[in-house]
Design a protein around this ligand. Structure first.
Ligand code: ADP
Length: 252
């Protein structure tokens, strides 16, 4: 084989690989668009039908208010979903420009817990944050906050009424970790990896009814991975779950 033939062969391989990669991206994009459209359609249909039913007969002011409230609530869900989709699309475009600064994980955990306290109270749950000493990381506070909020929101959502939901900040062999510990149903082995995929829900019918799109963990993992960290999961069916954010040490 002379040099020209060898080079041509190499070129053909590169060309085929590029084509295959492009095809994979298109398939992925098609799937994402189909899933996203499907998710957007559900709340839109709900808003439309609430509006239509409201207009069917004459009602008193209180009934109109209730209909209005229901439509606004569904619009909020829709807006949240669009925000999540935008976040994922931006992440797909490559790693976001992070605004790194020293972040005290204990304080970050307290802020997230304070924001979600009202959800825990509704279920008469006790929400505590424990920081075993000051633990600082170099991170983008907004991005990391999002990850923690998603994990904590899930912990509250899946734990029974009156349960204790804990956020523990500590160092494991000098590595900063934040643990979100719940006493929910736990996650069966066959779902443990899949729950981090976009639009994956263990019980799709129930989740859809609650307005959950199966994006929370995918976003949380993305937010942690752009920091060079990872999310570990320890769980046992019937025993609850611990989602652990593990981050690089400062300066690493
Ligand atoms: P969503 O945003 O719809 O809550 P997630 O991506 O956060 O979706 O979670 C995916 C699936 O993982 C959910 O449908 C839920 O069944 C399961 N899951 C997430 N967190 C927990 C948890 N702490 N305990 C039990 N199941 C959970």
């Amino acid at each position: 084989m002379d040099d020209a033939e060898g080079e041509l062969g190499q070129l053909a391989i590169v060309f085929n690989e590029t084509l295959a990669r492009l095809e994979r991206s298109f398939t992925e994009l098609r799937r994402f668009t189909a899933d996203a459209s499907h998710e957007l359609r559900t709340p839109l249909t709900a808003i439309r039908s609430v509006g239509e039913v409201g207009l069917r007969t004459r009602r008193d002011e209180a009934a109109y208010r209730e209909i209005n409230g229901s439509m606004l609530e569904k619009t909020d869900r829709l807006a949240q979903l669009v925000d999540s989709l935008l976040l994922l699309c931006r992440a797909d475009g490559g790693p976001p420009a992070l605004h790194l600064a020293p972040v005290d994980l204990g304080r970050l955990a307290q802020e997230a817990a304070a924001k979600l306290e009202v959800l825990a109270e509704e279920k008469h749950q006790i929400l505590t944050t424990e920081a075993l000493g000051p633990v600082a990381v170099d991170a983008d506070r907004v991005v990391l906050h999002q990850a923690l909020m998603n994990l904590l929101d899930n912990a509250i959502k899946h734990s029974p009424g009156g349960a204790h939901v804990r956020v523990v900040v500590r160092e494991r062999a000098e590595t900063p970790v934040v643990e979100v510990i719940d006493t929910g149903p736990g996650i069966a082995p066959e779902h443990r990896e899949a729950i981090f995929r976009r639009f994956y829900r263990i019980d799709p019918a129930r989740s859809r009814e609650a307005g959950d799109a199966g994006l929370g963990l995918c976003i949380a993992r993305c937010a942690v991975e752009v920091h060079g960290g990872e999310i570990e999961l320890e769980t046992e069916a019937g025993q609850g779950s611990t989602f652990r954010i593990v981050l690089p040490r400062r300066g690493c």
